[in-house]
Design a protein around this ligand. Structure first.
Ligand SMILES: [Zn+2]
Length: 117
């Protein structure tokens, strides 16, 4: 068991943050992201530095495990990247909104007898 330097709470070594006081337990957090098939063999590594100068570093790694390039962004700009990468969702049409409000998913259909269902 590890111990939080801030509050003294016990925590597991793998924890990134203290569950008792939210103190970061690491100076950096690293994630690797798989490429699109057209860039097979490469990887995107994103490192979040939890230092007095917080920033996020994006680096592209090749098949040999060498970083080909990197750029660091501040927290605000990295947040803009996160918003840019959100999945694109289709805008609901006014008709969709009206149908949802009316509790219907499909337009009314007429039965053989001519009644609305
Ligand atoms: Zn703590």
């Amino acid at each position: 068991m590890a111990q939080c330097a801030r509050c003294g709470g016990e925590l597991e070594e793998r924890f990134r943050f203290c569950p008792w006081c939210a103190q970061p337990q690491r100076k950096k957090i690293v994630e690797f992201f798989s490429p699109h098939p057209r860039d097979a063999g490469k990887a995107l590594r994103i490192t979040r530095y939890l230092t007095e100068d917080p920033h996020i570093r994006f680096s592209v790694w090749n098949e040999s495990g060498v970083a080909e390039g990197a750029v660091s962004l501040d927290e605000r700009e990295a947040g803009r990247v996160a918003r840019f990468l959100r999945p694109v969702t289709r805008q609901a049409s006014l008709l969709d909104v009206a149908r949802r409000a009316a509790g219907r998913r499909r337009p009314r259909t007429r039965s053989r007898t001519g009644e609305c269902r």
